[in-house]
Design a protein around this ligand. Sequence first.
Ligand code: PYC
Length: 414
Amino acid sequence: MPHRLLKYGFSDHHPEPRMFRDVKHLKPEYDAVIIGGGGHGLAAAYYLGKDHGVSNVAVLEQGYLGGGGTGRNTAIVRSNYLTPEGARFYQASVELFQDLSRELDYNLFYSERGHFTLAHSPASLRTQRWRAEVNQHLGIDSQVVDPKFIQSQIPQIDLTCGGHQPPIHGALFHPPGAIARHDAVAWAYARGADRYGAEIHQQTAVTDIEVRDGAVIGVHTDRGYIKTRKVLSAVAGWTTHITKMVGLRTPLVIYPLQAMVTEPLKPWLNHIVVSASLHVYVSQSSRGELVAGASLDPYELISSRSTLDFAESMSGHLLDLFPCLPQVNVLRQWAGMCDMTPDFSPIMGLTPIEGFYLDSGWGTWGFKATPISGKTMAFTLANNRDHDLIEAFNLSRFERCQLVGEKGAASVGH
Ligand code: PYC
């Protein structure tokens, strides 16, 4: 074990500055409590301080920072969505991501790769054309390309899929599509939030939320009671657990989404390649590992366990696209829990309970929304009014029957 780790691992006296203060005690009262120390919750704490001067904020995390959805995704960033509401929202996120390493003064390994969504049928190609139209209308760089172009950019791809699957007819190509280092996003927002005064409390579970006369008045935790008038739930995968505490009904259901990485390889795959028909998406990380995932598990479950089923079907489909990979070893697998909504758009903003705000329903695309969800939720808490970019995602849309159908933009088969 390295000497410095032994010497300083268990000590409060560390020679390097810590990423954020180790605050020992909860205060009796905060202006806002954020449940969930993932990217979204930490980003909201950061923008509350930076944009709105709200610094008396506690972020409560039941485990460790970024240990939920933030650390369990495939770190893809893109804005080539199908609905104008979704495309606008994710485009704002991409724009924040593009400057985020500089803004947070931390290397997020943000790497623009270009994103291909492969179409294996005329119907799928039609959806990609539709997406390209919406994207171009909103100034998002996205176009439909033919198989020759795909082959020229990704020489290793087998356009015939070995004859095991329908061949590739074309793709939606989105040059700004990128990957980033997900842990670093959580850490950098944590450090930024801390610098604006927010307290970060790990190993602190919320056990109940106190509501009186329809308004939040406090939060019970396993470390004591806190008074507060504003609570933001940013706990992908655990949202239904929290909403039960305030008696709020939502249409959320929880499904696991699995992914895996291979051993590191020399760089050969520049792009992000997605095939929703084959249930596979893959990119190569800056460490050389292939990071790949597939569709949601086919049943509701609150668990982050991995399965052999997934590894087998995922590897089979990866080999259909890239027959050059049969000798490559899988290093590890994991799963994240996804809050799924009926229309595949998030549930964000004010709720019928005064002072209780939701940042949820991220389905399979929460990571890429991290900066913009933080920014818009901070606005919403500070002003007690939904930010324009998230108005369409309010929970009330299900009562109003104004769904924002985003399923066609999923990288992930469902
Ligand atoms: O939305 O790009 C995406 C994505 C890839 C894997 C899961 N979600």
